[in-house]
Design a protein around this ligand. Structure first.
Ligand code: ADP
Ligand code: ADP
Ligand code: MG
Length: 668
């Protein structure tokens, strides 16, 4: 086994590899770009080397810098993770030349599978079934068009070098063929450096089922069963599970055999995945082989009880496979959901910014969270917007589904748009729950998955109001404690409140919906009455430091989280999140001035006016600029007497949550 390895990647996969290395007593070296100096993978590793600026093309994709870092730190091997250089044969070759072990398959296997066209020719010769199509060398448009006619429409044009769901075009009729071909070739050339394409019949309602394979340098190859990755959006995986629902032992054996044959045909060593496209009748065809560890490998780990990264390290160190095929078995069912910083309701638009609040589900025997970030980390525009992978396991698919819904309900993410609510709807939708799977599921279930925004439930308003009152009480308590005034009424506990009338009204808004809540202070807790209701609710609660709320509403106990950011109140309740705005006229910024009371944008928005003059002396509280967010204006004020050195944004600029807006010099 190695003493020290370098991980040529970032994010969750770098963290995940470091974890196994540590368990095996192997030291880990991280590499990082300037944008990742404080990233979790850097904090976790034993050593870390800066390899360049933020852009991946100048850091994580520069093989020579990574190899230099390995040599400099005395690492013996390089784990490439997935993406980046993981399927780059030239990089694997450079590693060998530098005397380093590339933790992956032989260069020849990466090359053989690197082109989807060449791989299909190889598989054809190995007797592995292929989707009817054309994958030859002749790329003449008219020739391809004639091949298309033979295959029949609809068909798929695929970039031979493509990946990540890009470089594909569906063509429905012959008149569209030449335009689609040209556009596919342009994208392929720009994205993958080669404009070679292949043609495939476009299957109707297919499933994506892939096999995890493993080979060792003694020539043994096994498979670790299958994963079903049919739930996709734009040909990218969203949910993955193992085993595949409805898979018979016979079909598994046949597909497993084909996957092992595919690996053997290219002398495969290490972890790889053979992807098949499967008809509803169960007939299957080879699609491609990914010569690396796959994003969704944890579901295979959960059902086999194995650590695939450990296997990778052992095999790369020359050891034989730890287990033979007949020693491998499936236990239970596992599901994975990719938690992304993206806005599912806006066409899955990626979102960037600081994770001002991040609470993830608690890990257990049933729940695993592979994450590359922690609270306050940044989702940067430079890299993939994945926040974490959530993996659950249980004895049956039904139980695993329930676990997934419970775990998703524990997510609290503030600062970036995210797909947790979408995933929740997806996992709960009848088609997925009943395993009626195919790659068109998300499209087919649009109406269920993208519902019109529902009205805010009454409990959410009550919870927001209660949290507000508890927060105020705590802030006042602290202020009194700071002043150490022995006569402060806060040392009394009779429910008497400073600065608070016996009755008042709180106001919150959600989009166009506004709600008032009449508050009466009681000896213990509060009486809350929603506007338009005659029924008062007796509310008592405890508020934790991170916004966790234990509430008692008329004797009903519930837990929620209310995260405060400027005027925004993110209410997480019963597995849903509600974004409310506090429009209380008496509202004053964050607790004790708080981190939100500063010169940073309290929410994403647009600068609509710069008020203060630069360089002019200002009193504390003087208005500096106005930001428009959530259809509301928000004025940033001077935190103390001083002057504005510079505005960092101009009128009309969009700013992200937490962006520093003003350079301000406080008087000494
Ligand atoms: P998997 O097949 O392991 O489920 P994906 O196909 O989603 O994973 O891709 C894995 C990762 O590699 C993703 O982060 C994706 O952005 C990246 N990726 C996939 N193909 C390429 C490629 N050809 N070039 C660069 N990155 C890629
Ligand atoms: P990538 O390298 O981007 O992962 P793949 O060839 O693995 O490309 O295909 C990605 C996805 O596209 C598949 O998971 C499947 O949903 C869809 N797809 C690929 N080939 C076909 C086909 N012949 N018919 C229907 N859908 C297909
Ligand atoms: Mg694929």
């Amino acid at each position: 086994m190695f003493n020290k390895i370098l991980i040529a990647n970032r994010g969750e996969i770098a963290c995940r590899v470091i974890k196994t290395a540590r368990r095996l007593g192997v030291c880990s070296v991280a590499v990082y770009s300037a944008a990742d100096a404080g990233a979790r993978h850097v904090r976790l590793a034993d050593e870390a080397v800066l390899i360049g600026p933020a852009a991946a093309a100048e850091s994580y994709l520069v093989g020579s810098r990574i190899i230099a870092a390995a040599i400099q730190t005395g690492a013996q091997a390089i784990h490439p993770g997935y993406g980046f250089l993981s399927e780059n044969a030239d990089f694997a070759e450079e590693c060998a030349r530098a005397g380093l072990v590339f933790i992956g398959p032989p260069v020849s296997a990466i090359r053989a599978m690197g082109s989807k066209s060449a791989a299909k020719t190889l598989m054809e010769n190995a007797g592995v079934p292929l989707v009817p199509g054309y994958h030859g060398e002749n790329q003449d448009p008219e020739f391809l068009k004639s091949q298309a006619k033979k295959i029949g429409y609809p068909l798929l044009i695929k970039a031979s070098a493509g990946g990540g769901g890009r470089g594909m075009r569906i063509v429905n009729k012959t008149e569209e063929f030449l335009d689609a071909l040209a556009s596919c070739q342009r994208e392929a050339k720009a994205g993958f450096g080669s404009d070679q394409v292949l043609l495939e019949r476009y299957l109707d309602r297919p499933r994506h089922i892939e096999f995890q394979v493993f080979g060792d340098s003694q020539g043994k190859v096994v498979h670790l069963f299958e994963r079903d990755c049919s739930v996709q959006r734009r040909h990218q995986k969203v949910l993955e599970e193992a085993p595949a629902p409805g898979m018979s032992a016979q079909r598994r054996a046949a597909m497993g055999r084909a996957a092992v044959e595919a690996a053997k045909a290219v002398g495969y060593v290490g972890a790889g995945t053979v992807e098949f496209i499967v008809n509803q009748d169960g007939s299957f065809y080879f699609m491609e082989m990914n010569t690396r560890l796959q994003v969704e490998h944890p579901v295979s780990e959960m059902i086999t009880g194995l650590d695939l990264v450990e296997w990778q390290l052992r095999v790369a160190a020359g050891e034989p496979l730890p287990l033979a095929q007949e020693q491998l078995a499936i236990r239970g069912h596992a599901l994975e959901a990719r938690i992304y910083a993206e806005d599912a309701d806006k066409g899955f638009l990626p979102s960037t910014g600081r994770l001002s609040h991040l609470a993830q589900p608690e890990e257990s025997l049933h729940v695993r969270v592979d994450s590359g970030v922690e609270q306050n980390d940044e989702i940067s525009p430079h890299y993939d917007a994945m926040i974490a992978k959530l993996i659950v396991w249980d004895e049956t698919r039904e139980r695993a589904l329930a676990r997934m819904l419970q775990a998703l309900a524990q997510y609290r993410i503030v600062g970036v748009a995210n797909n947790v609510a979408f995933l929740t709807r997806l996992v709960a939708c009848p088609a997925f729950a009943s395993a009626d799977l195919d790659t068109g599921l998300i499209e087919r279930e649009r109406d269920l998955l993208f519902p019109a925004t529902a009205a805010t439930p009454p409990q959410a308003w009550l919870v927001a109001a209660l949290a507000e009152l508890l927060r105020e009480a705590r802030a006042a308590h602290r202020a009194a404690a700071r002043e150490q005034d022995p006569h402060s009424p806060w040392h009394l506990s009779d429910g008497w409140r400073v600065n608070s009338a016996a009755r008042r009204t709180l106001r919150f808004r959600h989009g166009e919906e506004e709600q008032s809540i009449a508050v009466a202070y009681l000896g213990k807790g509060y009486s809350l009455t929603l506007g338009g209701s005659t029924q008062a609710t007796h509310a008592v609660g405890e508020l934790g430091e991170n916004g966790q709320l234990r509430a008692d509403l008329d004797g009903m106990h519930l837990t929620a989280t209310v995260v405060t950011a400027g005027e925004r109140r993110h209410v997480f309740l019963h597995g849903s999140s509600h974004l409310l705005a506090n429009v209380d006229p008496l509202y004053h910024a964050g607790e004790g001035g708080g981190p939100d009371g500063g010169l940073t944008a309290p929410m994403p928005g647009k600068v609509i006016a710069l008020i203060a003059a630069v360089g002019v002396h200002l009193a504390k509280g003087a208005p500096l600029l106005i930001l428009e967010a959530m259809k509301m204006e928000h004025t940033l004020t001077a935190p103390a007497a001083g002057k504005v050195i510079r505005f960092r944004y101009a009128v009309g600029d969009q700013v992200t949550d937490g962006a520093e807006l003003v350079e301000f010099e406080i008087d000494k």
